[in-house]
Write a new protein. Structure first.
Length: 226
């Protein structure tokens, strides 16, 4: 059974989420501030975190950073903040998705399912190692190492990297990437690709402004070159 940690200081939103999630057979824990959220995450080991950014004791971005210090659990930000720079800040800190309030319950649940699915290990994964002059990708261990240091990727970043690496040298269309990583409902959300490819380049390319490994084919898609 999937366990969800809901973090929000608005009681009515917490109540609505708990009722809807339990009705769909999720196990649910709820926290009303950042400190409680970090404690519950450590003790209850959720499969996905739904997190508001406007918490009474700390900013939600700090909660994301605290979680990313030890876990790759999918984090879906649920926030009334609409500014793109705040969304990018949350994604850069390690969030996997961003849902703006007010939100539709069906959309949130769909994004939760997608996030959990992306984080699941793939059965029968091979032990292939992909080596570039900048970094190494271990597909079996789901790890990326750069200059002797493991690079922390969110589950969404990993899934995007994995699709590109497994199709090394081949153009992967925008539609295919969106469908494989986010699901059929997101086949037109090309802005997702721009944001996440920029994050991968910042983390892995020696010169992100002149990428050697994550190549954009304008209007068509992306290609990984080792």
């Amino acid at each position: 059974m999937t366990r969800v940690l809901v973090v929000d200081d608005e009681p009515q939103i917490v109540r609505a989420l708990v009722i809807n999630l339990k009705a769909r057979k999720y196990e649910v824990d709820a926290a009303h501030d950042g400190a409680s959220a970090l404690e519950l995450a450590a003790s209850r080991h959720p499969d996905v975190v739904v997190l508001d950014l406007g918490l009474p004791d700390m900013d939600g971005v700090e909660v994301i950073k605290g979680l990313r210090g030890w876990t790759r659990v999918p984090i879906i930000v649920l926030s009334a903040r609409h500014a793109s720079d705040e969304k990018v800040e949350a994604l850069d800190a390690g969030a996997d998705d961003y849902v703006t309030k007010p939100f539709g319950m069906d959309e949130l649940l769909a994004r939760m399912r997608a996030a959990v699915r992306r984080a699941e290990p793939v059965a029968g994964e091979d032990d292939s190692l992909v080596v570039t002059d900048s970094f190494t990708v271990d597909l079996a261990a789901k790890k990326v190492n750069r200059d002797g240091t493991d690079i922390r990727l969110t589950p969404t970043e990993w899934h995007l990297l994995e699709v590109l690496v497994r199709n090394a040298g081949r153009l992967v269309s925008q539609t295919q990437l969106l469908q494989e990583v986010w699901g059929p409902a997101y086949r037109t959300e090309t802005n997702y690709l721009r944001v996440y490819l920029a994050q991968l380049r910042r983390k892995l390319e020696r010169d992100p402004s002149h990428p050697r490994h994550f190549i954009t084919e304008p209007g068509m898609g992306y290609r990984f070159e080792s």
